[in-house]
Design a protein around this ligand. Structure first.
Ligand code: MG
Length: 372
C-alpha cells in the first residue's frame, strides 16, 4: 500500500529534496498535497510532475492542475498518513498542531514548532498517539540510535562549527554576509546558514532535542565535529556510545523520516567508506566565540516563553544582518539584550506564544536594531 503524504513547503530546500526521494520511491508514495510560498513556477512544475490532489499558494489563482486548499485544510485531511512540515518559520506551528489533533504522523523539519511550543506539541502528540519523526540530521541520528530512551544517559549533538570555526572572534565580528553564508559542509537556506555560523542553530537544536527526547539540558552535550560525518550520538547508562554516521546529505534523514519505520535503498548514491574519510575530529565548542550556544541553553533551561523570545529576537536580527543593517556579532548581542529584558511567562498558550512572538519582533526591531 502506498503511503499518503503531504509536503508543507515543497519548493524549499528540504521540500525539493523530499520530492527527489519520493521520485526514487514513486511506488511507495502517493502525494495528497504540496504547498509553496511565492515560487509559483516551481510549485506548478511539481504539481505537473507529482499530481497532488491539493495545493496551496499565497494566491489561489496561481495554482495550476490541483485543487486549492489551505494549510489547515491539508492538515485536517485524514487521508494523509504523514505530513512533512518543511516550511520555515512560525507558519509551521498551527498546521502541525492541526495534523497532530487529527492523528496524522509528522516528519518535522520546522524548528519553530518545538522551539516555540515544544511544551504543548510533544504532550499533545503523545495523547493523540502521533509520531513526530525528526528530519534534522542530528535529531534523525539520535532517533536512529535510541532503542530504549529510559536507558539513555546523555545525548551528544555534533556541530560542524560553520565557516568561523578556525577564525578569530575579531574575524567573526567583521564578517560579511557572503562569509557567513559560505558554510563548509551543508547547503541550506540563508537563515539557517547564518544560524550555523553563530552556532545559534545548534542552540535551537539542543532545545528541540530536549523536547523530542524528553532529556534534561544538562544531559545534552554539543561537540564540534568539522567533518560532519557523525551526525550525533547517544551514551547509554552503562557507558556504551552509539553514533549514527553517514555522508552529509539531507536526502538520508528526509528519506528515513518519511519512510520510518521501513528502510529502502531509495536515494542512496554510493557506499560509505571509512578509509576514504580517514579521520574524524572532535573538539569542545569555543563558548566565547559561540556565545549563542550558551544563550540558547539558558533560554531552554528557563523554558516557557524564554525560547519564544530567543527565536523571535534571533530571527529578526538575522534578517537585519542579511540586509546589511547590523554586523554578525550584533545578532548575538541583540538576542542577549532582548532576553535580558523579557519577562518570562510559564506555560504560555498557543495564542500567548504568537502574541509574545509578535511583541518581541517589534521590540527587537525598535529598541535594539535601530540603535546598532
Ligand atoms: Mg541540523
Amino acid at each position: 500500500m502506498k503511503r499518503k503524504i503531504s509536503i508543507l513547503g515543497s519548493t524549499g530546500s528540504i521540500g525539493r529534496q523530499a520530492l527527489e526521494v519520493i521520485e526514487k520511491l514513486n511506488d511507495k508514495f502517493e502525494i495528497i498535497a504540496l504547498t509553496g510560498g511565492r515560487n509559483i513556477t516551481l510549485l506548478n512544475e511539481q504539481i505537473k510532475k507529482f499530481k497532488p490532489k491539493y495545493a496551496y499558494a499565497e494566491n489561489p489563482k496561481d495554482i495550476e492542475g490541483a485543487k486549492y486548499a489551505t494549510l489547515e485544510d491539508i492538515c485536517s485531511n485524514t487521508e494523509n498518513d504523514i505530513i512533512l512540515v518543511a516550511v520555515s518559520g512560525k507558519i509551521g506551528l498551527k498546521p502541525t498542531l492541526t495534523a497532530i489533533n487529527n492523528g496524522i504522523d509528522i516528519a518535522l523539519a520546522n524548528k519553530e514548532t518545538l522551539v516555540m511550543a515544544g511544551e504543548i506539541v510533544m504532550p499533545l502528540a503523545k495523547t493523540k498517539g502521533v509520531k513526530i519523526i525528526p528530519v534534522d540530521s542530528e535529531h534523525c541520528a539520535i532517533h536512529q540510535c535510541i532503542k530504549d530512551i529510559t536507558m539513555v544517559d546523555r545525548l551528544i549533538i555534533t556541530a560542524s562549527g560553520g565557516p568561523f570555526l578556525r577564525k578569530s572572534i575579531e574575524d567573526m565580528k567583521n564578517a560579511t554576509v557572503e562569509q557567513a553564508l559560505a558554510h563548509p559542509r551543508w547547503n541550506m537556506g540563508k537563515k539557517i546558514t547564518v544560524d550555523s555560523a553563530t552556532l545559534m542553530n545548534k542552540g535551537l537544536e539542543v532545545i528541540e532535542a530536549h523536547h523530542l527526547f524528553g532529556m534534561d539540558y544538562d544531559r545534552i552535550n554539543v561537540v564540534v565535529h568539522p567533518q560532519s560525518i557523525v551526525h550525533s550520538a547517544i551514551e547509554y547508562i552503562d557507558g556504551s556510545v552509539i553514533a549514527q554516521l553517514g555522508l552529509p546529505s539531507m536526502h538520508i534523514p528526509i528519506q528515513y523520516a518519511i519512510t520510518y519505520p521501513e528502510r529502502f535503498e531509495g536515494i542512496k548514491s554510493r557506499s560509505f567508506s571509512f578509509s576514504e574519510i580517514a579521520r574524524l575530529d572532535f573538539e569542545e565548542p569555543d563558548w566565547d566565540k559561540f556565545k549563542a550556544l550558551r544563550i540558547a541553553y539558558d533560554a531552554g533551561k528557563i523554558g516557557g516563553s524564554a525560547t519564544v523570545c530567543l527565536n523571535a529576537a534571533n530571527e529578526e536580527a538575522v534578517y537585519a544582518f542579511l540586509e546589511g543593517r547590523i554586523k554578525l556579532f550584533d545578532i548575538i548581542n541583540i538576542v542577549e539584550d532582548t532576553m535580558a529584558n523579557h519577562k518570562v511567562i510559564k506555560n504560555p498558550s498557543i495564542e500567548e506564544i504568537f502574541d509574545i512572538d509578535n511583541e518581541i519582533r517589534i521590540k527587537t526591531k525598535e529598541k535594539f536594531i535601530s540603535k546598532v
